[in-house]
Every structure is written in C-alpha cells, then in structure tokens.
Design a protein around this ligand. Structure first.
Ligand code: MTE
Ligand code: MO
Length: 423
C-alpha cells in the first residue's frame, strides 16, 4: 500500500507516457478508450460525480478539469463542485467514488495509516482518529496546478500536457494537524543524515514500471513550518478526489507538492527517485528556448522542483462574456504568491499598457490566500486590452513577457494577465 517505488525507477520514455497529454498509451480498457475517443465527450459531472457539468475537461480519462473563471469568481472559497482536479493515474467506470472520502480499493477511513519512517529512531504510525484527537488549525490558501496557464506558452511553442488556461486554481480552507510537531516527536527522532522528507500518496501507477506519486522537500525547508496534515476541505471531510481522507498541505506551494491520500512521510538522505520528483514538475535552472532543452532532459542537477508559487494576478472581471460596454467599468481580480512577502501592488491597464492604475488590494485571509483587488477604468468602443501585474515587498513581480519563462513542460506561467474586451 502506497510508498511503493519500482526498483529501478522509471525510464524517461515511461514517464513521458505517464505524464502524456492523453495517457492513452498504457493499459486502458476498451471501454475507457471509447470514452476517451468519443466524439460527444462526457461532461465533468459524468466523469466525477458532483462536479459542475460546466467544468472544462482537459483529460476525460484522468478526470483532469479546470474551472471557468465566471464560476471561479463567484466564491471566496472555491466549492468542491467547481475545484479543478488533477490526478495522474487512470480511473474508469463508476464516477461516484469521488463523492466518498476514501478512494476505491483503498483502506477505509478507520483503517487508514500514515507512517513516519525511514531514517528515524522509531517508526510512527498514525490513524485518522489519532489525527482527529490532536489540535486542528486552518490554512486558507490558493491551490494551483504548476501547469496552470500552460496554454499561454503556445504563443512561443506549444508544450505537451493539459492546455490549462487560468482555471487550474482555487482558494480553499484546509483544516488539520500541524506537521512539524508530529515530526519533532521524541520517539521518532529523525537522524541527522536525513536531508529529505518524502510524502507518498496511496495511488499507484497503472503499470509495474510506473512511478509512484511522491514528492520530496528538504527537511530544513521553512515552508514545512506551516504545513498541515489536512482532514477537512472547506469545513467538510476531504472528498477522495481531492485527497481524502488525509492530504499533506503546504501553504504557498504549487499543487503537485500537496500530496493526496497521504500514506507515508519518509526521512532519507536523498530525494525520492520517483519521476514525479526527479524528472517531472521541475523548472530548468536557467532560461531555455524551444529546441535547446527537451522535456526529457531534466535531471536533479539542471532543474529545481516547482515549490513556491510565483507571484501572479488574474483578471476576474470583466471577462469577454460579460459584454462590457464603453464607459466606466470596475476591473477586478485576484493576486497571490508563495506567502513569503506581502503583495504590495497590483497595477492595471485598460489600454494595452499606455497608462497604468494602481488597484486597491483587500487585506487577504492569509498570506497564501487570494488577494482581491479592484480599480475603476474607462473602456472605449472597440477593443480594449486589459492587463494586470502584481508585485510583492521583495520586489518580485510578473514578467512583462511571460514567454521568457517558457519551459518544455510548461510550468509556472506567471506572465501579465491579458483580457481583451470588445466594448
Ligand atoms: N497522491 C497524489 N497527489 C497529488 C496528485 C496525484 O496524482 N496523486 N496530483 C497533484 C497535482 S499535479 C495537483 S495540481 C494537485 C491537484 O489538486 P486537486 O485535484 O485537489 O485540485 O494534486 C497533487 N497531489
Ligand atoms: Mo499539477
């Protein structure tokens, strides 16, 4: 159960298949293949029971979907019905298990165990009841796929994978047990040789050679100080599809770092050999151009994991479908970063950058939450090019040209957000 790493790791080719856009290359039943290829593709509610049928499907077979912004902007905390979803292993048939709090075939909630193991004095095993008996804390934070915005890189060169626009994110209230005190337990006593902490999920690859979903963090990483073993999402037990019964939540970190169905926290001298840690979800250390560096060229030496979220802003209103008219409008949206520095400004233009206004930023619920901002602007008849740009107290800002951060796996898009309005 969980934490199974194939002996020799995963080959680059296999990882390519695993992470491939369609995922059609491995072990699909004829029924699933038909669904994946069907012309009248299923809506989100048919793929994951309880999801809004208006979700945008990126990969029906893996249940990958993003939220249309006109739904996302309606809620301070993103309801489970419209939260984007990303899972790496195929699932097929009965969609209703998503409405439960344990994935199908997994141990029931009462039998679930999380082991704290590896380079420790004594392994510790926790049940959900153990966790429920401890002090709980809340963390409101943006959860966002590192691939969110990937489609915008196509202006330079299209990269493989789900073509996310801006809807691969949500603002969620998680609740659970702080991680650090669990790890600091006297009995566990991690060895001084333990440099990495690896979190493993219960989900398993479809093939024996496939790589387990595991993520590693340096044990000294200060982001772990705010991490929790979450049992609740928006005040309810976490739906299985979003990682129930227990999920590691690291505020400020990209989605992939927040391991669902947590089964093990393991101390080791090295980071996990899982392809999801060592090849995937990484950024090249230096800027690269298409053709210079390929999706399979990533090593732990020439790239870094997608840890903290790069500062970003997204325009929520007006959207093209709002049919805004010429005259005064309110432009509003959200901004967020890794939570390490306050977001000090959001600059907005309604005329393609000729003039900029400073938006008002509402105090956020937490350093890691959406920062709502708004400003008034004049639209003229014809095409109006709206753009937004957030900056934080460390001077970190969004690149004027997001394409300068082009990378073969299409992660960490944080270019200026652009919305064109025909008024
Ligand atoms: N165990 C496990 N955890 C996982 C994943 C997965 O496939 N398995 N996907 C990750 C990725 S890439 C993202 S973006 C987020 C998605 O979270 P959500 O589906 O709850 O929105 O979960 C992360 N945690
Ligand atoms: Mo992701």
């Amino acid at each position: 159960m969980g934490h199974r790493l194939s002996g020799r790791g995963v080959s680059r080719r296999e990882f390519g298949l695993l992470a491939g856009a369609a995922g059609l290359s491995f072990g699909l039943s004829p029924a699933a293949l038909r669904t994946a290829l069907a012309e009248d593709a299923p809506n989100a509610a048919q793929i994951i029971a309880g999801k809004s049928p208006d979700m945008i499907i990126l990969n029906a077979q893996l249940g990958v979907m993003e939220t249309p912004l006109n739904l996302l902007r309606q809620h301070a905390h993103t309801p489970k019905e419209i939260l984007f979803n990303r899972l790496h292993y195929p699932h097929e048939g009965d969609a209703s298990w998503y409405a439960t709090t344990e994935p199908p075939g997994a141990p029931r909630r009462e039998d679930w165990r999380i082991s704290i193991d590896g380079l420790v004095e004594r392994t510790r095993s926790l049940s959900i009841a153990d966790l429920e008996g401890m002090d709980q804390v809340k963390r409101v934070m943006v959860i966002q796929c590192a691939g969110n915005g990937r489609s915008f890189y196509a202006a330079k060169e299209k990269v493989a994978g789900g073509q996310w626009k801006n809807g691969g994110m949500g603002n969620i209230e998680w609740e659970g047990v702080p991680l650090k005190p669990l790890l600091a337990d006297q009995e566990v006593a991690p060895s001084s040789f333990a440099r990495w902490l690896t979190a493993s999920g219960w989900d398993q690859p479809a093939t024996f050679e496939g790589s387990d979903f595991a993520k590693s963090y340096p044990v000294s990483d200060p982001a772990l100080d705010n991490a929790i073993l979450a049992l609740k999402m928006n005040g309810e037990p976490i739906p299985a599809v979003h990682g129930g019964p227990v999920r590691l939540i690291i505020p400020g970190y990209y989605g992939n770092m927040n391991v669902k169905f947590l089964t093990a926290l393991s101390f080791a001298a090295e980071q996990s050999p899982s392809a999801f840690q060592s090849v995937g979800y990484r950024m090249p250390l230096v800027p690269v151009e298409p053709g210079q560096f390929e999706a399979n060229d990533y090593t732990i030496y020439n790239s870094v994991p997608t840890y903290g979220q790069k500062i970003k802003s997204v325009i929520f209103s007006p959207l093209p479908e709002d049919n805004a008219k010429a005259g005064e409008v309110e432009i509003s949206g959200v901004a967020f970063n890794d939570g390490l520095a306050q977001i000090t400004s959001v600059e907005v233009t309604a005329d393609g950058g000729a003039s900029w206004m400073s938006a008002d930023i509402k105090p956020p619920e937490s350093p890691w939450a959406w920062h709502h901002w708004s400003t008034k602007a004049m639209l003229t008849s014809g095409t109006n090019k709206l753009m937004s740009r957030a900056t934080d107290a460390l001077g970190r800002t969004q690149p004027m040209d997001g394409l300068t951060r082009w990378n073969p796996r299409g992660y960490e898009w944080n270019g200026l957000d652009v919305v064109e309005i025909a008024a």
